[in-house]
Design a protein around this ligand. Sequence first.
Ligand code: SF4
Length: 486
Amino acid sequence: MKRILFSHSYFLRFDPKQWALGQPYPPLGTIYAAALMRNNSYDVSLFDTMFCSHPDSVKNELRKSKRDFFVLYDDGFNYLTKMCLTNMREAAFSMCKIAKAEGCTIIVSSSDSTDRYEQYLNEGADFVIIGEAEHTLLELTDHLSAGLNDFNSIRGLAFIKDGNIVKTPGRPVLKELDQLPLPAWDLVDINAYREMWLKHAGYFSLNMSTTRGCPFKCNWCAKPIYGNRYNSRSPENVLAEIKMLKANFQMDHIWFCDDIFGLKPGWVQQLAVLLQQENIKIRFKIQSRADLLADEATVQALAASGCENVWIGAESGSQKVLDAMDKGIMIAQIREATQLMKENGIKPSFFIQFGYPGELKEDIRLTINMINELLPFEIGISVSYPLPGTSFYEKVKADLKKKTNWTDSDEMALMFSNTFPPSYYKQLHKYVHQNYHKHLAKNSLVNLLNNPFSVDIKSIRKAVSMLYHAPATLIEGIKLKKLEEA
Ligand code: SF4
């Protein structure tokens, strides 16, 4: 039986903002692949780098027992790995070299290696899997195990042959997701994740995926692994995993990490019925789109099934910018979806993006006004980040010079020329956060004054925080103004 050591290149410690947040999710994509390989008679183990301090630690793991294959397989469901951060890329290269020196065949699958397969091959990978990887991996290891050395027939692969890089035709994505085994959760040290979550968040959340791919075409969004086709697991198959996770790990909460949760008509309603029939209560958060949530029946079904929080890509309060992004969403839909969610007890959260080409001061002002007016539960601010394979990347490619990726998820560097210099967008991020918290505090203060006997201690604290956020917003605003005028 051939032996595989699976790993991935996301080191939480190398991403200071995420380390401080302390809410890591296990590498779901990795344990999906591990489960398929185990079902096909491979002996699999996992070296989870999430809490490791150095890529060298893989050496000890490899020396414990001989492995035939070292499979560096990133979690393609996690947006942090989709950002292709250079700290993680360098760690991946180091691990490839270490595993090579230990005599393994190195196979890599990730968003970054799909985009930069030549670089990974030159850094020691024997094979890079392009796109969705489970079945390519199985076909490749079966080939290698049988002693075959012609890989041209394996779709979705890059390798070096006679000094030249060969890339085979792409592999179509999987349509029947129920045919995949459930992820190999038993390989993960769940207690390490639970401890960190409880310490930082006070509850324990695990991640699940119910779909792959997204059919929408926002022109800055790269989908190198699961692509533009949307395929879904059945609600019954998802329910089986929820039951298994609850029985084995007693998590308090689930993050459904799909790009778009429940896009298939009736899917959310079917899951809600199944959960009710089995009397299973879950709390969860999802990602979706404003246009899909401007529909009362969908929002009600989400609320009935336990959805607490929905992140939508609101991106901008300027219709001009949304249209330039090919977002396919109207500002009115963001407003309507937010209102519907709040009415149904779901917390709406917004991804906001500044710095898209053509965005002017007036567009930024509209975005800030939208946040102040709609007061989402949380906001996540970023600046436009060009990733290969998108038309946005092609638009700014010539301007990228040497820097094309951030070192970690908090770098916030604008990597191309725009209306304002990069320092402005970093300051804008600080200002908008302060301003948002000031408006939340103001809202709590108004509620407190209107209903002094019906507010809880949390709301009182929030109202009092006005004393901090009002002057802090003023200071951040002055700094922003200076950069604007520089
Ligand atoms: S809807 Fe979300 S996942 Fe789909 S293309 Fe747009 S940004 Fe990407």
